[in-house]
Design a protein around this ligand. Structure first.
Ligand code: PMV
Length: 361
């Protein structure tokens, strides 16, 4: 039996009549980046991320059992209290992809109500928190139908479903560090879902901080979907995929030893490599903005002057994630306020830190 077959469910009886499940699920920031995929939403290389805490989506699923199985999925979607038709196609597609694994969804009329704790269209990807929150409430419903489902199996399947919605969303269910994609040194790792990082983590990484500088809140010119696709036939793709695995091996050693200089080197190199892949695609594109580069320059200067362990990472956009140990919080926030805020759109930034993943509210 192939792995994804093990998630197929036959649950179509003993369905609860009505109820509501509300949960919150965070965003995550990759340290080793996923860039390049094969159908359906399977990664070309393993990735590892910090789960965030403050930046999350709260999703409420109200369910009412129907008399008969619906021919179309039956759901209404509200975002921040307002009905949003524009979000329907994404959810429709998600339901189509997950139906085989959660067939009971056709027996319900759903009302889904979602809101984010971070500003909408801030350039922070809401698909990771949004899709993981939706996957989690659906799995909570499965747990009500089948109380024997263990918490561990529920989280694994929620991650599996979230992946079908948006790849990196599968890393948001657990925390503080998760791994997605098969890596030879991590036996439990899988391309189908993310797992909680299973090895020792030094205290240096406890409550690690991430301040997200909102450099550009505009629509991205090139979506992640298109970017992933451009890795097919990319001249550096194979070497890049190998490098990601090597960087995860390095991080395993770093997480154990607490070597922050080595951590900085891997994380910043990963961020720049991700953007180098974009710049060397055909067609090529650039998602960084001049202010992204100014911030990076300032961070390097500050590190040189102060011996701080501050570093940066980027996702598929212009915003900068500033990462630093909890012990440096006060000084780094001061530095951000005095030196970096000027590069942020409307001076906006969000202070976050590593978190533990999805939770019931
Ligand atoms: O999950 P997607 O398809 O939005 O891709 C996310 C890709 C990056 O954020 C750039 C890297 C990552 O691993 O999260």
């Amino acid at each position: 039996m192939n792995l994804s077959e093990s998630f197929v469910s036959k649950l179509e009886s003993n369905l609860p009549t009505s109820g509501n499940i509300t949960c919150k699920s965070p965003s995550n920031i990759a340290l080793v980046k996923y860039w390049g995929k094969r159908p359906v939403q399977l990664p070309e290389n393993p990735s590892i991320s910090f789960t965030l805490d403050e930046c999350h989506t709260i999703t409420s699923l109200t369910y009412q059992k129907r008399e008969t199985k619906a021919t179309e999925f039956s759901f209404e979607f509200y975002f921040e209290g307002e009905r949003k038709e524009s979000f329907r196609p994404k959810i429709q597609k998600f339901f189509e992809r997950i139906e085989k694994y959660v067939p009971f969804i056709r027996y319900y009329d759903f009302v889904i109500d979602s809101r984010n704790t971070f500003p909408h269209s801030s350039g922070i990807a809401s698909s990771a928190s949004g899709m993981s929150a939706l996957a989690y409430v659906v799995m909570k419903l499965e747990k009500e139908i089948n109380p024997e489902l263990t918490k561990e199996d529920m989280l694994k399947k929620a991650s599996f479903l979230a992946r079908l919605g948006s790849g990196s969303a599968c890393r948001s269910l657990e925390g503080p560090i998760t791994v997605w994609g098969k890596h030879e040194a991590i036996e439990i790792s899988s391309d189908d879902y993310a797992v909680s990082y299973p090895f020792e983590v030094h205290d240096n990484f406890k409550n690690y901080c991430d301040t997200i500088l909102l450099v550009d809140k505009g629509e991205k010119q090139v979506s992640s979907t298109v970017g992933h696709d451009l890795m097919h036939g990319h001249p550096f793709a194979q070497r890049r995929f190998e490098q990601a695995s090597e960087n995860i091996s390095r991080l395993i050693t770093i997480f154990k030893s607490g070597d922050l200089n080595a951590f900085i080197e891997v994380v910043e190199s990963e961020a720049l490599t991700l953007h180098a892949m974009m710049m060397t695609s055909l067609p090529y594109f650039i998602l960084m903005k001049p202010n992204t580069l100014s911030i990076i320059q300032k961070i390097w200067e500050y590190r040189k002057e102060t011996d701080s362990k501050i570093c940066f990472t980027l996702d598929a956009g212009a915003n900068v994630h500033v990462l630093y140990p909890e012990t440096e919080k006060e000084q780094v926030i001061e530095f951000i306020k005095s030196e970096l805020v000027g590069y942020c759109q409307k001076g906006q930034y969000i202070c976050d830190k590593v978190g533990l993943g999805a939770q019931l509210v």
